[in-house]
Design a protein around this ligand. Structure first.
Ligand SMILES: *Cc1c(COP(=O)(O)O)cnc(C)c1O
Length: 344
């Protein structure tokens, strides 16, 4: 197979969910928005449902509809974006639970789907989604009379446990919800790791399931192997790639592999990135092209068919640091040109 190969270890994914579930005070859901952080909604959600996940979260109703076709009846599918104009049929036909974010969404939901399940999203300071304290104070009696299934909010700084924002948001969430007899959720991956006072009734990890920080104990979930298209010898003084950014300091052997920034391997990775032949790191040289990367394989006794760019030796955290971004963005940038193989 000449395509780059993205392997997703569903066993590791499930082990990560179980580990986060063991840390969580009560129930543990799973966030599978953006095609399960680009790792494949159907196989990821099926594996998690088999492992016991009862609450799945997605960003938008159309993602929820696709998910419902995969997991069928049973687990709840909760939509962070709430009930947006034009989503009513999707929400009804696929039994989705919108997390209502505003008075406008609440009116839309009550009028178009009276009696249909919903939750409430509150803004405790992130200023991104959810009802603000004043709005909630005005609406809460009406909302509670309709029996929401969940009240949630989201932490802005949970990847920094010592950030003062965490306790501030916790306090505001409690002020807005204490005494209400509805299940509550505040913690994503970072919140799970911060301890039980953040867990309430349901946690909703995403990135930790997929092997990303801040869940440092996570098992790596993905490996990415790039087929070698060609190798060549270059003399000392010859250059490699666009812009002549690398000049061979000595006679060198160069391998060209089939992936590039068009596959989510950012141009910024070029300096410091390794391609692994087994345990041997081969430094990337020259610029990353749209579909190609070149590496110095001079030291290799034998040339493998594939070189590994993501795996146990060089994980998504390393790539994120090299590219000056976050683990989430490395995953979601991977795109859809890879052959995806899901193993158990
Ligand atoms: C993406 C998201 C999550 C999951 O966050 P992770 O940091 O990936 O665990 C949870 N809640 C909301 C509202 C989100 O947008």
């Amino acid at each position: 197979m000449s395509k780059p190969r993205l392997t997703i270890d569903l066993g590791a994914l499930v082990a990560n969910w179980r580990a986060l579930d063991a840390l969580s005070a009560r129930e543990t859901g799973a966030v599978v928005k953006a095609d399960a952080y680009c790792l494949g909604l159907a196989p990821v959600a099926s594996a998690l449902a088999r492992a016991g996940v009862r609450q799945f979260f997605v960003a938008l109703a159309h993602e929820g509809a696709a998910l419902r076709d995969v997991i069928r009846a049973g687990p709840d599918i909760l939509v962070f974006g709430g009930h947006m104009a034009g989503d009513t049929r999707l929400i009804r036909d696929h039994d989705l639970t919108p997390m209502l974010n505003s008075a406008e969404q609440m009116v839309r939901h009550m009028e178009s789907l009276p009696g249909h399940s919903f939750g409430i999203q509150l803004d405790t300071g992130m200023n991104r989604l959810g009802m603000e304290p004043g709005e909630w104070a005005a609406l809460r009696d009406i909302a509670l009379a309709q029996k929401p299934v969940l009240i949630m909010s989201h932490l802005a700084c949970s990847n920094e446990p010592d950030h003062a924002m965490n306790s501030r948001q916790l306090r505001i969430f409690r002020e807005m919800t204490d005494g209400i007899d509805v299940p509550r959720s505040l913690a994503a991956t970072g919140g799970v790791l911060m301890g039980r006072e953040f867990h309430f009734d349901l946690t909703r990890p995403g990135i930790g399931l997929y092997g990303g920080r801040p869940f440092d104990q996570a098992q790596p979930v993905i490996t990415l192997d790039l087929p070698v298209i060609q190798t060549r010898d270059v003399a000392a003084g010859e250059t490699v790639g666009y812009g002549n950014t690398w000049t061979a300091p000595r006679p060198s052997r160069i391998a060209t592999v089939a992936a590039g920034y068009g596959d989510g391997l950012h141009g910024a990775l070029a300096s410091g990135l390794m391609l692994y032949a087994g345990d041997t790191p081969c430094p990337v040289v020259g610029r990353v092209s749209m579909d190609l990367i070149t590496a110095d394989v001079t030291g290799l006794a034998e040339m493998p068919d594939h070189l590994r760019v993501l795996g146990a030796r060089q994980g998504i955290g390393t790539l994120a640091d090299l590219a000056g971004t976050i683990d989430y963005e490395i995953l979601t940038a991977l795109g859809h040109r890879y052959e995806r193989i899901h193993t158990t």
